[in-house]
Design a protein around this ligand. Structure first.
Ligand SMILES: [Zn+2]
Length: 261
């Protein structure tokens, strides 16, 4: 599943291709995308220029020059395939943007779960997201305060996008390993010192992710994860085998020695 670094990579790619370009045609190629990209939306979007592209959590926000917003979410899978209009569509093409200068951006998604929705000026949705982990203004004290609202263990709490935006299963596990905090530690009992380590760990894990973001979803990661998806392999810090447990229906990977409760 694409996480913050993968989505950030996608946004940077799209910015180079789509920013300040006029959309001459928007097409949905799959019934699931036609729910969001309706005839009305297509008509509203055509002729509009993409004035700003930003990421919030795992959402991609394409701001149009009439104040409307196109909200893109990859969900389980997805990538932008950039090229020229009039050429053959790539496999799994779901939504296509054709721009005035002959460029084309295709949202490709094998599972067809990605979503594109349009929101008129003044009617942008509340995404319900917590702060960005890489926001320099975010403090460990603020993160700790947010975690006080959560019951239960820390790792599922980090996956709550309202607590902190953009962190998913991979980077939650990696951040806790960097921080030396057990995934089963109780979120509400995090000390100030551990909250600082957690925030540092999140930023470190995401920084590692940014190095690889364009590659991971194709399974070609050049820098391996420290614990994620490495059950039974040696911990890079202490060489003990990495453990896997289930938390809230998801696999959690961690080192029992480096991450005491
Ligand atoms: Zn270890």
């Amino acid at each position: 599943m694409p996480e913050l670094p993968e989505v950030e990579f996608a946004v940077r790619l799209l910015r180079r291709h789509a920013l300040r370009r006029r959309i001459v045609q928007l097409r949905a190629h799959h019934p699931s995308q036609r729910r969001g990209v309706t005839a009305r939306v297509t008509a509203a979007v055509q002729g509009r220029e993409v004035s700003r592209i930003e990421r919030r959590g795992k959402h991609q926000l394409l701001h149009l020059d009439d104040g409307a917003l196109l909200l893109v979410h990859f969900r389980m899978d997805g990538e932008w395939v950039l090229g020229r209009s009039g050429t053959a569509l790539p496999p799994h093409a779901r939504v296509t943007f054709d721009f005035h200068d002959g460029r084309r951006a295709v949202l490709a998604d094998p599972r067809a779960l990605c979503t594109v929705t349009w929101h008129a000026a003044g009617a942008h949705p509340d995404l319900g997201l917590g702060p960005e982990p890489e926001d320099p203004l975010l403090t460990a004290a603020a993160l700790r305060e947010r975690l006080l609202t959560k019951r239960g263990p820390i790792k599922p709490a980090l996956l709550d996008q309202a607590i902190i935006a953009g962190v998913g299963n991979i980077y939650a596990a990696e951040a806790l390993w960097h921080a030396g905090i057990a995934p089963t530690a109780i979120a509400q009992r995090l000390s100030a010192e551990r909250a600082q380590r957690l925030l540092d760990g999140l930023r470190r894990a995401l920084a590692d992710g940014h190095v690889n973001a364009g590659r991971y979803h194709r399974g070609e990661r050049s820098i391996p994860f420290n614990v994620y998806d490495r059950e039974g392999e040696p911990c890079p810090r202490c060489a003990r085998p990495v453990r896997r447990i289930a938390q809230a229906g998801r696999s959690t990977y961690y080192c029992a020695r480096c991450q005491p409760r």
